[in-house]
Design a protein around this ligand. Structure first.
Ligand SMILES: [Fe+2]
Ligand SMILES: [Fe+2]
Length: 283
């Protein structure tokens, strides 16, 4: 078995998200389901409910308002925002760990994922484009392959870094050379296994190589750019920052310029500040 086959064979053994989260994910994909059904699914898991309320009370989600119950959250946010809160809460325990193979210390990946999720929404608004419904979730999950490779499969990150440095290639190219697969493909395989919507899987799969996807999507373009912006300002750099450049096609498609990039970067840092009390707590 090649290393690539071995890794893909292990993907289904990665522990799934809590049952209540999986149920919420299924419900959200059904257009007939309302906020009430989603709240009922969350309420079955008291730990998740507490975490959702904690996240809901961040300045990013609630602003100056106080969210005291799940019912409040449902009324205030609606189905999609509620899903984002549930996923942020569910990913928190995984993403706050140090990611060994990637040289990411505790909390760094969480900070990066949150920055990309919020920044992608912000970039869409700054460009006066409609914010794709899936983009926050996609930003939050785009590097989940790093958790799989670094935490569950304990890959040898040093070998990958050495290839990236010596050959001056991007980190995901070096991953492919050493492992036969990169974190984007591993992440997409895991999200497919979990039944995560196809648009989110697409973003995860192509966030480093949008030019190689069969079709371009706005969500993938947004996450690709904000991923780089967040790495440029030092959020979740690790070893992934090596030789990572934006696709010119994406820059052209979005009509991106330095002024917009700066504006989004500043906004993203402010958004992250708003989430800081939620992220700094030790659960
Ligand atoms: Fe990545
Ligand atoms: Fe990333």
């Amino acid at each position: 078995m090649t290393m690539r086959e071995e890794i893909l064979a292990k993907v289904p053994t990665v522990p799934g998200l809590p049952a209540a989260v999986m149920k919420v994910l299924r419900l959200v994909q059904d257009p007939d389901m309302g906020v009430g059904e989603i709240m009922a699914a969350v309420e079955l898991d008291p730990g998740l409910t507490a975490e959702v309320l904690r996240m809901a009370n961040s300045a990013y989600f609630a602003g100056p308002r106080k969210v005291v119950s799940l019912r409040d959250a449902g009324v205030l946010f609606g189905t999609q925002r509620l899903l984002q809160l549930v996923l942020t809460s569910a990913i928190y325990p995984y993403a706050k760990q140090p990611i060994r193979g990637y040289d990411l210390s505790a909390g760094q990946l969480l900070q990066h994922l949150a920055a990309v999720a919020m920044g992608a929404e912000r970039l869409a608004k700054t460009l006066k484009r409609e914010v794709p419904q899936c983009v926050f979730t996609a930003g939050l999950l785009h590097d989940i392959g790093k958790i799989v490779l670094g935490t569950f499969l304990e890959i040898d990150g040093d070998a990958i870094v050495n290839v990236a440095r010596e050959k001056r290639v991007s980190f995901e190219r070096a991953e492919c050379e050493v492992l036969g697969i990169d974190h984007a493909e591993v992440g997409a395989a895991l999200l497919t296994e979990w039944g995560i919507p196809a648009e989110v899987v697409h973003v995860t799969r192509w966030h480093h190589q949008p030019d190689e996807a069969d079709d371009d999507t706005l969500a993938t373009d947004l996450v690709h750019i904000v991923d780089i912006l967040s790495i440029e300002c030092g959020l979740g750099v690790g070893v992934d920052g090596l030789n990572y450049r934006p696709s010119q096609d994406v820059v052209d498609r979005l009509g991106l310029n330095n002024k917009i990039a700066e504006q989004v970067t500043c906004g993203m840092l402010a958004d992250l500040e708003d989430m800081a009390p939620q992220f700094s707590r030790t659960p």
